[in-house]
Design a protein around this ligand. Structure first.
Ligand code: BES
Ligand code: MG
Ligand code: ZN
Length: 510
C-alpha cells in the first residue's frame, strides 16, 4: 500500500532512542518473540529483542529457553534484573512471523498480533506500577504504538483509586513518523472511548460539544467549531431532530466542525455525520432496564466522527472535512414523542414515529439533509443504530468506490466491516405508512434492522457518494478485542481517520 505522506510530520527517520537512566525512574521494557516456524528452529526474537539480547551477551535467549516452553501468541513472561536500565522486562509472544492479511478474518494478522502483544506487555508493567515503558516496535512502529496507547487506556476518572499513568516510548531504532502516527491513532480512539464510557449525566450534549471544542483548540487556525443551539435547529426546520430532543430537559446541540486541511480551501469537503444520542432510554417505547446503562454510549457515532476529526487535525491531513453531530437525549416525558406521532423533517418529508426507540434515524435524517448544503465530495455517517453484537461495523453505501476505500482501512486497523445491502425491499418497508410519507420502523419490525434503518436514511440522501456505518455491533468490548479493556470501544475511530489515506481523493468522485 502506498501511503500519502503526511506533511509537516517530518520525514521518516531512524531515531536511535536511548534508554532512560540516571536520576529518572527506571523503565520497563516490552519485547516481542515470534513463534517457531519449525521444531528445529531456535528462539526467534524480533530485531529489537535480538539487539537487547546481544547487549546482555545472550542472557535473554538463555533465560527464555530455560524458563519454559516457547511463548505462544499473546502469552508473556517477565524477567527481572536482566539489564540495569530495565529492572523489569516482559517478553510477549507475537505468533508466527510474516503472516499478513487474512482473508477469512478480514484483518492483518501481523498488525493485530503486535497490538495485542504490546498491549498485554504494557498492562503487565502497569500492574507492577512501572510508570515508564520502552516498547519494541516489532517491525511496525504504528501498530506497536497503537497497542501501547489503546492497551493502557482505562476510564477511571471518577474513581478515587486510579491505575498508574504509564508513559511509553519506542525501544531501539524506529520509524518515528510511524510511531507518532500510531500514538495519534490510539489517542483518537481513546478520546472516543472516554466520551462513550463517561456517564450520561457527565457527558450531556453541551459538555460533549465543549469537550470537542477544547480538543480542537490547538488547531484553531484550521478549524471552526459551531455549537448550534435549539433556536438555530428550529430555524433550520429540523423537525425530526427536535421531536426527539423535546422529550428531555437537556438542551440539544447541533455540533458543526469545519477542518480545512487542504491548501485548496475550495476543495469539496468530506462530510462526516455522527449520531449523538447522549442517552437513549427508548423514550415512550421504553427500553428494558437491564443493560440500559450502556445507552450512555449511544453517541458513539458522534464520538468516533468528532474524534477522527480531532486526529485528522493533529495529523495535519491535507483534506477538508466537515463534521456534523446532532446531540440530544432520548427520554420519556410529557413532551416526548408518542407512537403514531407524525413529524416533518428538514426536506419536507413527513415521518410517522411508530417506535420512539428508533430515534437515531430521526436525528440523522435532518443532519443528512443539512450535510448536502456543503456540496460534499462524499457523506459518511456513523451511528449506533440497530442493536446487534456483530463485532464488525455494518456498511451500507450507494457507491462501490467508497466501499473499497473503507474496506482497505478496516483491514489495516482491525476494526472489521460487513457490507450489507440496500435492496428496494427494505425501502418498501419504511415507505408504506398509514399517516405519513415514511414510517420510522419497518413493517416487519426488527428483521433486517440495519438494512431497514439504512433504507430510511437513504430517503434523506440525494448525493451519490454516501456510506452509512452502523456501529452498534462494535460499541462495547467484552474481551473480543484483546488490546482494548472491557468497556466502550471507540471503534471505528482509527478507520475513519485512516480511510482518507487509502482512498485516493479522485476515486471518490468516480
Ligand atoms: N441505540 C439503539 C441501538 C442499540 C442497541 C445500539 C444496543 C447499541 C446497543 C437504537 O436507538 C435502537 O433502539 N434501535 C432499535 C430499533 C428498533 C426499534 C427498530 C433496535 O435496534 O432494537
Ligand atoms: Mg433507540
Ligand atoms: Zn439510539
Amino acid at each position: 500500500l502506498l501511503l500519502i505522506p503526511i506533511p509537516l510530520l517530518g520525514t521518516t527517520t531512524l531515531n536511535p532512542v536511548t534508554s532512560v537512566s540516571g536520576s529518572l525512574a527506571p523503565s520497563g521494557l516490552v519485547l516481542g518473540v515470534y513463534e517457531k516456524q519449525s521444531n528445529n528452529d531456535g528462539i526467534h526474537l524480533t530485531e529489537a529483542a535480538a539487539a537487547f539480547d546481544r547487549s546482555i551477551s545472550g542472557k535473554l535467549s538463555e533465560m527464555l529457553s530455560i524458563s519454559g516452553p516457547p511463548l505462544k501468541k499473546g502469552k508473556s513472561r517477565i524477567f527481572y534484573g536482566l539489564h540495569q536500565d530495565f529492572p523489569s522486562a516482559v517478553v510477549v509472544g507475537l505468533g508466527k512471523s510474516g503472516t499478513g492479511v487474512c482473508g477469512k478474518e478480514n484483518w492483518n494478522n501481523c498488525k493485530e498480533n503486535i497490538r495485542a502483544a504490546v498491549s498485554a506487555g504494557c498492562r503487565q508493567l502497569q500492574d507492577l506500577e512501572v510508570a515508564h515503558v520502552e516498547v519494541d516496535p516489532c517491525g511496525d512502529g504504528q501498530s506497536a504504538a497503537e497497542g501501547a496507547v489503546l492497551g493502557l487506556f482505562e476510564y477511571d476518572e471518577l474513581k478515587t483509586k486510579k491505575k498508574v499513568r504509564v508513559t511509553t516510548q519506542p525501544y531501539g531504532s524506529v520509524d518515528s513518523a510511524a510511531w507518532q502516527k500510531g500514538v495519534m491513532y490510539g489517542d483518537g480512539q481513546n478520546l472516543a472511548r472516554q466520551l462513550m464510557e463517561a456517564p450520561a449525566n457527565h457527558i450531556t450534549p453541551t459538555v460533549f460539544a465543549n469537550t470537542i471544542e477544547q480538543k480542537l483548540s490547538p488547531f484553531a487556525h484550521k478549524v471552526a467549531v459551531h455549537k448550534r443551539p435549539q433556536s438555530w435547529i428550529e430555524s433550520e426546520q429540523m423537525g425530526a431532530f427536535l421531536s426527539v430532543s423535546k422529550g428531555s430537559e437537556e438542551p440539544p446541540i447541533f455540533l458543526e466542525l469545519h477542518y480545512k486541511g487542504s491548501l485548496d480551501s475550495a476543495q469539496p469537503p468530506l462530510v462526516l455525520v455522527g449520531k449523538g444520542i447522549t442517552f437513549d432510554s427508548g423514550g415512550i417505547s421504553l427500553k428494558p432496564s437491564s443493560g440500559m446503562d450502556a445507552m450512555r454510549a449511544d453517541m458513539g457515532g458522534a464520538a468516533t466522527v468528532c474524534s477522527a476529526i480531532v486526529t485528522a487535525a493533529a495529523l495535519k491531513l491535507p483534506i477538508n472535512i466537515i463534521g456534523l453531530a446532532p446531540l440530544c437525549e432520548n427520554m420519556p416525558s410529557g413532551k416526548a414523542n408518542k407512537p403514531g406521532d407524525v413529524v416533518r423533517a428538514k426536506n419536507g418529508k413527513t415521518i410517522q414515529i411508530d417506535n420512539t426507540d428508533a430515534e437515531g434515524r430521526l436525528i440523522l435524517a435532518d443532519a443528512l439533509c443539512y450535510a448536502h448544503s456543503f456540496k460534499p465530495r462524499a457523506i459518511i455517517n456513523a451511528a449506533t443504530l440497530t442493536g446487534t453484537n456483530t463485532q464488525a461495523a455494518l456498511m451500507l453505501s450507494n457507491k462501490h468506490r467508497l466501499i473499497n476505500g473503507f474496506s482497505l482501512s478496516f483491514i489495516i486497523t482491525g476494526d472489521r466491516v460487513w457490507r450489507m445491502p440496500l435492496f428496494q425491499h427494505y425501502t418498501k418497508q419504511i415507505t408504506e405508512s398509514a399517516l405519513a410519507d415514511l414510517n420510522n420502523i419497518g413493517k416487519y419490525s426488527r428483521s433486517g434492522g440495519a438494512c431497514t434503518a439504512a433504507a430510511f436514511l437513504r430517503e434523506f440522501v440525494t448525493a451519490d457518494h454516501w456510506a452509512h456505518l452502523d456501529i452498534a455491533g462494535v460499541m462495547t468490548n467484552k474481551d473480543e478485542v484483546p488490546y482494548l479493556r472491557k468497556g466502550m470501544s471507540g471503534r471505528p475511530t482509527r478507520t475513519l481517520v485512516d480511510t482518507h489515506l487509502h482512498t485516493k481523493q479522485d476515486n471518490l468522485l468516480e
